[in-house]
Design a protein around this ligand. Structure first.
Ligand SMILES: [Zn+2]
Length: 269
């Protein structure tokens, strides 16, 4: 007898049929995946065209899509939150003798200290502002600072004065508070203003005449002791009157350069 005739052929065991079934199954799977993908894509397109508020309510659907699809449907990027960086404090320029009844030194030719200091401070402010700095011009006894809370905190403080009308002395001088708690920084500010002012004006530094009026200047005790501070005597209203009367653009530029070098962190040796 023939064994082949006795065994009933098992159709599912046939390799050809199995392959055919697998092909059908995979084709069905591909179609189903395609339909699902199309559905997802259509949903995301609809969402993307809706107002931002609606998208915000269903962000998961969109953000779950692969990056390429997010790009295709022009997913709106969230608006970045801009955190404003705090503005640095202003530079303080005190125009000596301004805002009161005492004009400071008054020369026989009519030149007054207060007129020089006010004009030079204003010119320096204009230049500093054009370079992006905020500047406060302070009066001699400005109400913005006081010796009680010392809350006023400029990033640098410079008081601007001028010396007497004598004809026998010439030059400028710069000093800091004698009891400074930041002597190292104050000394650097003094150096920067000295170097830059000297270079701009060609005036000599008037050695040996820094007085207690400068090192114990009243304003030094009225703002934050952590604010770097100095006092500048522009020159003598007598011997240096040509500069103090006619070259205030140069004087103010020297001040600006000095403050800027200090703020840039230069040692100004
Ligand atoms: Zn003065």
């Amino acid at each position: 007898m023939c064994n082949v005739m006795r065994e009933k052929p098992n159709e599912m065991n046939s390799p050809l049929i199995r392959r055919w079934a697998l092909e059908r199954l995979s084709r069905l799977f591909l179609i189903a995946a395609g339909v699902a993908m199309f559905g997802l894509l259509a949903t995301m397109v609809v969402i993307a065209r809706r107002p931002r508020e609606v998208i915000a309510m269903a962000p998961q659907v969109v953000t779950m899509a692969p990056p390429i699809i997010q790009t295709l449907i022009l997913l709106p990027t969230p608006t970045p939150t801009i955190t404003p960086t705090p503005e640095p404090p202003p530079i303080a320029l005190l125009a000596g003798h301004s805002g009161g009844s005492d004009p400071g030194a008054m020369c026989p030719d009519g030149l007054r200290e207060v007129d020089v200091t006010t004009d030079v401070a204003q010119r320096a402010k204009t230049i500093l502002q054009s370079r992006g700095y905020r500047v406060d011009i302070l009066a001699e006894y400005d109400t913005r600072f006081n010796g009680v809370d010392r809350a006023y905190s400029p990033r640098a403080f410079l008081a601007i004065h001028a010396d007497s009308c004598v004809a026998y002395a010439s030059g400028f001088k710069v000093a800091r508070a004698e009891n400074s708690v930041i002597a190292h920084e104050d000394d650097r500010l003094v150096r920067c203003v000295t170097v830059a002012y000297k270079a701009a004006t060609q005036l000599p530094f008037h050695e040996g005449s820094i007085t207690g009026n400068m090192t114990r200047y009243h304003a030094f005790y009225k703002f934050n002791p952590q604010s770097p501070a100095a006092i500048l005597e522009l020159g003598f209203l007598g011997a240096d009157k040509e500069m103090l009367r006619n070259r205030r653009d140069v004087l103010s530029l020297g001040i600006v350069e000095g403050i800027e070098r200090f703020l840039r962190g230069e040692a100004c040796q």
